[in-house]
Design a protein around this ligand. Structure first.
Ligand SMILES: [Zn+2]
Length: 216
């Protein structure tokens, strides 16, 4: 029996090992006793420092099991986070933001994005955010007076809601290539990017002046 099937079957006796692919590499470039696992759906690639090669079989099994558990738990967590929006209560929907959401939804998503919570925030640095756990899009007050820019940020956050995140390869990526391509589909997206930069700059200046006078 290979070391990985021992590790796996001991940990998950109810799972069918044939459903998974495993690959172990001992890497000479790794720091001593460093190890990680990268996984895509049902496929695990273990990378172990060369030092592990001479460690006893039992201890190596322990290491592989720890890495397996970590990978499975992260996978469970990610799947949970991708679905949790269904259960999140929608109790905070600002009507002004709702108009923006509806406009963007009609124009770019044929009305298919389910309405999340829609709230304002006062941060200048972050113009928008989407929180998976509470299913909430939050938009900076600095965008209140600029409808097209607000819609553009709304669109960005709606893409996050729609695409969730790409958790293949063991790391989460939010702004994937596919995400950026869709983002550019927004009307005049280049102009909008410039506009956001200038809004952010203005916001910074105002904040500086404010904190300066506040300090006097
Ligand atoms: Zn983003």
């Amino acid at each position: 029996m290979s070391i990985i099937s021992d590790a796996f079957e001991d940990l998950f006796p109810e799972k069918n090992i044939g459903d998974f692919n495993f690959n172990i590499k001992y890497n000479g470039k790794f720091k001593p006793y460093n190890a990680n696992v990268k996984y895509t759906r049902n496929s695990f690639a273990f990378n172990l420092s060369k030092k592990w090669e001479r460690v006893s079989r039992e201890i190596q099994i322990g290491l592989l099991q720890e890495l397996l558990l970590k990978a499975f738990n992260i996978d469970l967590y990610n799947n949970f986070m991708k679905k949790i929006h269904i259960a999140a209560p929608k109790t905070r929907i600002d009507s002004f933001l709702e108009e923006s959401f509806d406009r963007v939804n009609e124009k770019y998503f044929i009305g298919m994005v389910e309405k999340p919570n829609l709230v304002w925030h006062s941060s200048i640095r972050r113009l928008g955010s989407y929180e998976y756990g509470s299913d909430t899009i939050s938009i900076s007050r600095t965008l209140e007076k600029d409808e097209p820019a607000m819609d553009y940020v709304m669109y960005h956050e709606m893409l996050h809601k729609k695409l969730k995140f790409d958790s293949s390869n063991g790391s989460c990526r939010h702004h994937t290539k596919a995400f950026r391509e869709l983002e550019r589909k927004f009307e005049n997206s280049n102009e909008m990017e410039e506009r956001l930069k200038s809004i952010a700059r203005q916001g910074m200046r105002k904040r500086f002046l404010f904190s300066y006078s506040g300090g006097l």
